[in-house]
Design a protein around this ligand. Structure first.
Ligand code: ADP
Length: 486
């Protein structure tokens, strides 16, 4: 191992099932790489269908005793887990930067952000109220209960290796569910470290299980088709989300999907250009552009276009690409060379269709996993780069003339996750916010994610909300009791 940790017990190269650290039955493993230098940092078990069924068995055995606890008892476990995550923030951030590549400061931020969901749902566990409904007859009482949905499968991606897990697992546990987690194959170590901390927090065996695998389709099929699993919560790409939704149809599972986005970032003539550039840098370049709420299309009104582009070029020149552990580094590598090839392809396609490159960093490491921070102008809706998720550090600027055109351009996509716009006109702020077909809108703000607010998309960006007081609803069933003869 090339990682130095204060607590080496967080570095785990086994799966976590029923409170035990285990290998694959056939002994198969798969490697985990540091995307910044290509070094192999670990080998973790490559589990298959059989071990996944064993994990579901464990979640099933743990379910009744976990549900039988009081909400306050579950809250205490979650609170302990939160405290341990925060106490090990440095180690977790190091593990994350090593396997995912993001700058260490961002990794620290993600650990705290991920932990915040555990803290929040520890509190919400105690507030899962039902209703007393005014009845349709004086001899009746109508009541609703919120009951845990049962075993939850969580399939998560590599771009936020901790937060995408805690956003699902914390509300599930708070509600009284048990979980089987299939982490992204590029970043299993963060998931396993979280599991170790859940063990140290005393969360009982079988309540949390982690199934690392390179055989995502096979493991995914078991999780979707097993009738004991009552809920699938998935974050990842839209094609895989659609496939999983289809696979869940036969057992009529409840699904939550956080899928791709194509976020517009609209800058109106009346915007504060400096604030808009600052918001854009956060929204576009965080995690090297690899977030589902990253700006994908920057729509700039004629009157402010040239000033905005000049300021944007200057701000992008200040970004520093490099190894996530390097001093002052703000842009890490992309997750792998396939991701770089896709970004390069989209940029080449746009250039050949008439877009211009106005800024590209010359000091980005010459390594197959890095792509230099880039600004392009003259981008138009018909280009592939306007229609697909870039998932890389490339800012693409479009031009528009009036508000109606901007809203039409912004909504011209099957996706509907996050949108952003900058304007100082209060009437326009309401009009545009209401007209944007998106689940989340940042108004004069480029960073909108917080455990306090509901995160989620509409259209082909997904179903369900994570975080906030709504985030636990996806993990409960509402039961209605009609009591007569009173
Ligand atoms: P990304 O582009 O973020 O890697 P994916 O949708 O491919 O998006 O991956 C998100 C998660 O879904 C990962 O954990 C991945 O292993 C998993 N995954 C990919 N394909 C399948 C599948 N066919 N069935 C179940 N899980 C899958």
């Amino acid at each position: 191992m090339t990682l130095t940790l204060d607590h080496p017990d967080l570095f785990r190269e086994q799966a976590y099932i029923n409170g035990q650290w285990v290998d694959a039955v056939r002994g198969h493993t798969f490697p985990v790489f540091n995307p910044s230098n290509g070094h192999r940092i670990a080998a973790v078990p490559d589990l298959g269908a059989g071990e996944t069924a064993t994990a579901i068995d464990a979640a099933e055995s743990a379910l009744k005793p976990w549900q039988a606890l009081t909400a306050k008892q579950r809250a205490v476990y979650l609170r302990r887990w939160y405290d341990l995550i925060m106490a090990h923030q440095d180690d977790l951030a190091r593990i994350m930067t090593t396997e995912q590549g993001k700058p260490l400061a961002e990794a620290h931020g993600e650990v705290a952000y991920g932990a915040s969901f555990v803290e929040w749902f520890a509190e919400e566990a105690k507030r899962l109220y039902g209703d007393v409904i005014p009845a349709h007859g004086n001899d009746k009482r109508l009541v609703t209960l919120k009951q845990p949905i049962g075993i939850v499968a969580a399939i998560t991606p590599w771009n936020f290796p901790i937060a995408m897990i805690t956003r699902k697992v914390a509300p599930a546990l708070a509600a009284g569910c048990t979980v089987v987690i299939k982490p992204g194959e590029d970043t299993p170590l963060s998931a396993l470290a979280l599991a170790e901390l859940s063990r140290q927090a005393g969360i009982p065996a079988g309540v949390i299980n982690v199934v690392p695998t390179l055989q995502a389709p096979e493991v995914g099929r078991v999780l979707c088709e097993d009738s004991r699993v009552r809920k699938l919560s998935f974050t990842g790409s839209t094609p895989v989300g659609k496939l999983l939704m289809r696979q869940c149809a036969d057992t009529v599972k409840k699904v939550s999907l956080e899928l791709g986005g194509n976020a517009p970032f609209i800058v109106f003539d009346d915007a504060d250009a400096d604030a808009a550039v600052a918001g854009l840098i956060t929204s576009k370049f965080r995690n090297a552009g690899q977030t589902c709420v990253c700006t994908n299309r920057i729509l700039v009104q004629d009157g402010i276009h040239d000033v905005f582009v000049e300021k944007l070029n200057a701000a992008v020149r200040e970004l520093k690409a490099g190894d996530g552990f390097g001093d002052g580094v703000t842009i890490g590598p992309l997750i792998n060379d396939k991701a770089v090839a896709k970004v390069r392809d989209l940029v080449d396609d746009a250039l050949s269709a008439g877009a211009q490159m106005t800024q590209q960093d010359a000091n980005t490491p010459d390594n197959p996993n890095f792509y230099p921070p880039t600004v392009m102008t003259g981008v138009t809706p018909s280009m592939r780069i306007a229609q697909e998720e870039i998932f890389g550090p490339v800012a693409t600027v479009f031009r528009f003339t009036d508000e109606d055109e901007a809203v039409a351009l912004a909504n011209n996509t099957p996706f509907g996750l996050a949108a952003y716009f900058y304007s100082r006109d209060i009437g326009r702020a309401w009009r545009v916010a209401e007209a944007l077909e998106y689940g989340m809108v940042g108004i004069n703000e480029g960073l909108i994610s917080t455990e306090l607010a509901p995160f989620g998309g509409i259209k082909e960006s997904g179903i369900g909300r994570e975080g906030s007081r709504y985030g636990i609803d996806d993990f409960v069933e509402i039961k209605y009791l009609c009591m007569g003869g009173i």
